[in-house]
Each structure stands twice: as C-alpha cells, then as structure tokens.
Design a protein around this ligand. Structure first.
Ligand code: ADP
Length: 472
C-alpha cells in the first residue's frame, strides 16, 4: 500500500509534542512491514533542514483566496528517516523556526493544505490512502471531495487521526473564500456551531477516523471541547488505536542521549547512575525519591496544579522528596514554577524550556513520572517512563487509563488517582514516597515488570493497515 501522511510535525524534523513522535515513527514501521509510506509537512527553518540534503520534487503556484503564492516541494535525498520525507516551502508563511504560535497560523496551515492537495493532484498516480493528522490537516478530506480543482483525488480514501481534539483550528465564515473553489451546497460539511471547524470537518468527511487510545475515543463523546454530539453521531467510523513507542529512539539500552545505558537486568544500577548525573546537574539530593514532570505547561496537563501540589507534598513529607520539572507553556505557570526554585534548594528545580536531551536523562534517572492530566489522548511520556523503569503516577484518564495499572491491583506497576486536584496529587506523591522509602524490593519488581511491557509499534501499525484495507 502507498500511504501519504500529512502532518504539521514529524520527529526529528520538527516536534512540539506527541504528534511529532507518532508521525516520525508510524511511517517508518509501515515501511518495515513492506508498505510505501511518505510524510509531507511544512518546511520550517529547523536544524534538520540545514543538516540534510534535499532535491526539488515539484514547484507549483496556487492561491489562498485572492492571494497567489508559489510553493516548492523538496524531498530528503537519502531516505534517512526510513521513509520518503517531503517538505513544502511557502515563503513568508512556513519559513519560521517554530511550528505553532503565530497570529497567522490559520493562513499558514490553510496554505499548506492547499499546496499539499495541489501537489498530490499533479502526481502521475494516486496514493492508496491520504492519512491526515490533527486539525492542521483537517480540511484535506473535504477539499479532495468537494473542491472542483482536485476532482481527480475524490475517490482516494482519507483517514484522519485525532491526536488532540482540544485544538480544532476554528475560523470564521468570512474566511470561507480561502478554500479553493468548492461545492457550496456542502457548506454543512465544513461547519460546526456557526464556524468553519477543520477538526469537525475532518470527522465528517474522512472515510475513517482514528484516535490514539480506546478510552480517549469513549471520552470524546462526553468531553471534546464542543464536539460531543458529533462524536456520538459518527462513532461508527471511529476506531481507537493506542500509539506505540519508537524503540530506535526510546530504549535505555541504546539511547544516544544517555551516557549510562541499562536494561531490565541491571535497571537498579543503571537508573542509579543516571539519577546521580541528573541530581548533580541540578543540585538535588540523590538519596530521596525523584519525581519528574515533563510536558507542556497548560491546563490540559493540569500544570496549573503543580505549584500548589508541590508545596503541599513538600509540607506533607517534610521535604522528603525531590521534584524536577521540564516544560514550557502558560507564562503564569512558568513563573510560579520558577519561583519555587528559591524555596526548596536541593529538593526542587524547574527548567523552563524545551530540551530533548534533558528529557531522555530525566526518564532514565527519575524514580517517578507525574502526569495529572485533565485530558490525555494517549500520552507518550508515561510509556517512555515505563520503558526506562520510571514509575508512572497518573490521573485515570484517556491513554493513561489504558496503559497504567495501579500497584494495588494485580501485578500493577503504577500509581493512579481519579481527580485532577491538589489533594489527589499530594496523596499520590505520598504513596510514591512510601514505596521508595519502605519497599525498595517491590519498587524494583515494578520497574522490571513495566520494562517488559511490549509497547512497540508493530501491533499498532497492523491495526492502521487493517483500517486502510477496510476502505478498499
Ligand atoms: P502532548 O500532548 O504534548 O503531545 P505527549 O505525552 O503525547 O503530549 O507527548 C509529549 C512528547 O513531548 C514527549 O516526547 C515528551 O518527552 C516531549 N516533551 C514535552 N515537553 C517537553 C520539553 N519541555 N522538553 C523536551 N521534551 C518535551
């Protein structure tokens, strides 16, 4: 099968979160299973662009309403990532360092999508599936069906994967002229609640919709930022497929970001070495349990609860644990977490920013990973943590519920709680500290247990292939 993935992110080219990890891994494993998988994404100005060689694949000219623009599709020369990688350059819009966060994101991603379908409609053949990821690519299933210029692609199956339904790409109807000449009788297939809603449009128009865990798919029907009724209505074409993790990047035995490697057999010593390094880097006390948080400092991740939860845990345990935080996001949360640096020297540190290298050392060196998320479609952090023998302390929601079993349950290896609240987090931190201080033997058993869990991509890839095959 020939599958073309369309995405705003793809690791290691550009990554802002889990979407990047998934789009960097899924096509690679599809190729390994004998399929042809390609990725097309915007040509941001990231390191990867400058460090690799490219050939021009296509040059085109098209329009966003009455603004005409040129675009260029370039292809990575050496198949370095294990699949064909195409970048689309649009001067003035996509030539930026960051993936998101600009005032003209609507125009940036609409132009990107128009360029993608324009390019695909010039291919000599048709791909078997166009696989779109998240709202930045959500207009494509509509465009291939109902834009007159792309009629040629109307019978190509489209699959849409929801990695995060909180962000939907809403735009006003005044921008409907951005979409290339389309059948206006079909306006209802672009709309949700009086706006053009790319995510909703994708759910309506894609042949199949997938989400990144089963529990998240269930939750979307009663909690999806306004789209609940739509998910209830369209549930027949929605499928939950849990993400895998890319063992080439995320394995403590071979991780290129680590100095001290380890595996199930020497997990205790291996983690101790990494913890030592990590603690010395931030002046933390390596004899105490080390809890980490890695992620976007936003409401979805319940990052706003962290400052109070850390304070109350420190008081409850008389500074008996360490916290290390890595993330960036809402300025007031960043500020509050930074302020705590001065309060608990030797026991707490917050690094504000994005740091891939540090994140790997943290997964390897920490004892516990805290994820109090209000919403978690799949969550990769807890899966990485488990791979590195770090006990996940998670709220029971979405993919966290599907991947972590509480240590109180039969053969459980994690700590779970129900409410995104300071009280629940604090109580869970005290459970973690008690495990670390009083029951090292059980802790080590849990580490070994979770490291043996198979979260590889092979299983997930087969489920995606089954979805594509069902569209033939
Ligand atoms: P998201 O909702 O952000 O996509 P996921 O759990 O699915 O959450 O994926 C998060 C990914 O981003 C993980 O690979 C995690 O290690 C990484 N990540 C998040 N924030 C940071 C950061 N500040 N520095 C390094 N890596 C980060």
């Amino acid at each position: 099968m020939e599958i073309i993935h369309v995405s705003a992110e793809c690791y290691p080219v550009a990554k802002a979160g889990g979407l990047g990890d998934v789009v960097g891994a899924l096509p690679k494993y599809q190729v390994a299973m004998g399929h042809t998988a390609k990725v097309v994404m915007p040509m941001y100005r990231t390191k990867f662009l400058y460090q690799n060689d490219w050939v021009i694949d296509f040059k085109g000219r098209t329009n966003l309403g009455n603004w005409w623009f040129d675009f260029t599709v370039i292809k990575e020369k050496t198949n370095k990532l294990g699949f064909d990688l195409y970048l689309i350059d649009i001067n003035g819009l996509l030539d930026r360092e960051k993936v998101y966060g600009y005032n003209d994101d609507t125009e940036r991603f609409t132009c990107f999508q128009i360029a993608v379908v324009n390019w695909l409609s010039h291919w000599q053949h048709k791909p078997d599936v166009i696989h779109c990821h998240d709202h930045h690519t959500g207009l494509i299933p509509f465009m291939v069906k109902y834009c007159y210029d792309y009629n040629k692609l109307a019978d190509v199956p489209t699959v849409f994967t929801i990695h995060n339904a909180q962000y939907q790409g809403w735009m006003g109807w005044d921008k409907s002229y951005y979409i290339p000449r389309w059948d206006t009788w079909k306006a209802g297939l672009l709309e949700w609640k009086n706006n053009i809603n790319p995510l909703a449009s994708a759910v309506k128009n894609a042949w199949k919709v997938t989400t990144v865990s089963h529990s998240y798919l269930d939750e979307l029907r009663y909690n999806s930022n306004g789209l609940e009724a739509l998910f209830e209505y369209e549930k027949g074409k929605c499928v939950g497929i849990l993400n895998g993790i890319d063992a080439d990047v995320w394995s403590p035995a071979t991780d290129t970001y680590l100095k001290d490697h380890f595996s199930v057999e020497d997990v205790e010593e291996g983690k101790a070495e990494n913890k030592k390094l990590l603690c010395s880097q931030f002046g933390l006390d390596e004899t105490k349990a080390l809890l980490i948080f890695i992620g976007r400092l936003v409401g979805e991740k319940a990052a706003d609860l962290l400052p109070d939860a850390i304070l109350s845990s420190m008081y409850a345990l008389n500074n008996g644990v360490n916290f290390l935080i890595l993330g960036s996001g809402e300025p007031h949360v960043e500020w509050q977490l930074s302020q705590l640096n001065a309060h608990f020297p030797g026991n707490y540190h917050a690094v504000i920013g994005y740091n891939e290298t540090l994140s790997h050392l943290m997964y390897a060196g920490a004892d516990f990973l805290l994820m109090p998320s209000r919403v978690e479609p799949c969550g990769l952090n807890q899966m990485y943590a488990m791979q590195y023998g770090t006990v996940p302390v998670v709220r029971s929601t979405g993919g966290l519920r599907d991947t972590v079993v509480d240590m109180g349950d039969h053969e459980g290896w994690g700590i779970r709680f129900n409410n995104a609240s300071v009280g629940d987090i604090t109580y869970s931190v005290t459970r973690a500290a008690a495990l670390y201080n009083n029951d090292k033997e059980h802790l080590n058993w849990m580490r070994q247990r979770m490291m043996k869990i198979d979260n590889s991509w092979e299983n997930a890839v087969q489920q995606y292939i089954n979805v594509y095959a069902s569209l033939k």
